[in-house]
Design a protein around this ligand. Structure first.
Ligand code: G
Ligand code: G
Ligand code: MN
Ligand code: NA
Length: 251
């Protein structure tokens, strides 16, 4: 079988699963999670997204996967809304550029929110700078509809690795930017990465955006990030991506 037919089957036979990685505030309190898809292949075992998402993005498969992820994430938000310790969490979902650009994307998100009866404020979409390759007016209109009309929040993922300019950042209706983990990884040993991180944090605050650092693995990284004014964190230091039951047990 080809990867494509395998993956098509995976979606329909329930082989995809979401893992959840905690996001914490300055007091190390859980404030949210990022949903990360995994493929539980019957023969190959757990296949990480890096091995099938880029492939899926070359075809319309990413639209099916994206829709499944959104539906499953909203189902999880609904389940969490019944429990004291999870009801305040905001769940972030990765959205491919192709999925975002799909006509009817806003309506799809609205329909999934309605289906599960969740509060829109519990859902966050992570977009990447590659969406900015489309016409700016189209993107901002879509983002505005998601944010102001539906009431969900928007984060710009992998920030610093793409090509978007400051003027884009000024115009895009965003709530948060995510500092790419590549900068965080080396910030305590490479001063140019440290400058990058500090500059992104300052810029985010000047644009009134929340900033989250991802890939935080060490206490030294955390200390420097706090010194630079970052107050929301994600990374192995706080928790790895895990299945929902394990995530809930560790809260
Ligand atoms: O979980 P992991 O670090 O292996 O994820 C690797 C990459 O796969 C990340 O860049 C992440 O954004 C992407 N990814 C994970 N889950 C999803 C998903 O549900 N949809 C999309 N489009 N990308 C995802
Ligand atoms: O591109 P995106 O931010 O969506 O991808 C997040 C990816 O980063 C996931 O694959 C997740 O497993 C991974 N990740 C999360 N925290 C850490 C960390 O502390 N260190 C490393 N190396 N990877 C991490
Ligand atoms: Mn992400
Ligand atoms: Na990222």
């Amino acid at each position: 079988a080809t990867l494509e037919s395998d993956l098509r089957q995976a979606i329909h036979e329930g082989q995809l699963q979401l893992y959840y990685q905690v996001q914490v505030d300055r007091d190390r309190r859980p404030v949210g999670a990022e949903a990360l898809v995994r493929w539980m292949h019957p023969l190959r075992g757990m296949v990480p997204p890096a091995q099938f998402i880029p492939f899926a993005e070359e075809s319309s498969l990413i639209l099916d996967i994206g829709h499944w992820v959104l539906d499953e994430a909203c189902r999880q938000i609904a389940a969490w809304s019944h429990h004291e310790r999870t009801r305040q969490l905001v769940l972030a979902v990765n959205i491919s550029a192709r999925q975002f650009k799909q006509p009817g994307f806003v309506e799809q998100v609205a329909a999934v929110i309605r289906k599960h009866g969740i509060q829109p404020a519990r859902l966050k979409l992570e977009l990447t700078e590659s969406i900015a390759l489309e016409e700016i007016g189209v993107i901002t209109a879509k983002m505005h509809a998601l944010r102001s009309e539906l009431g969900i929040s928007l984060s710009l993922d992998d920030f610093g690795t793409g090509y978007s300019s400051l003027s884009y950042l000024k115009r895009l209706p965003l709530d948060q930017i995510k500092i790419d983990q590549g900068f965080v990884r080396d910030m305590t040993v490479d001063s140019s990465d440290a400058v990058m991180v500090k500059t992104i944090i300052d810029m985010a605050h000047n644009f009134d955006l929340e900033v989250i650092a991802e890939g935080v693995e060490t206490a030294a990284q955390l200390e420097l990030l706090e010194q630079y004014g970052c107050v929301v964190f994600q990374g192995y230091l706080f928790g790895r991506p895990v299945p929902a039951a394990e995530f809930e047990a560790h809260l």
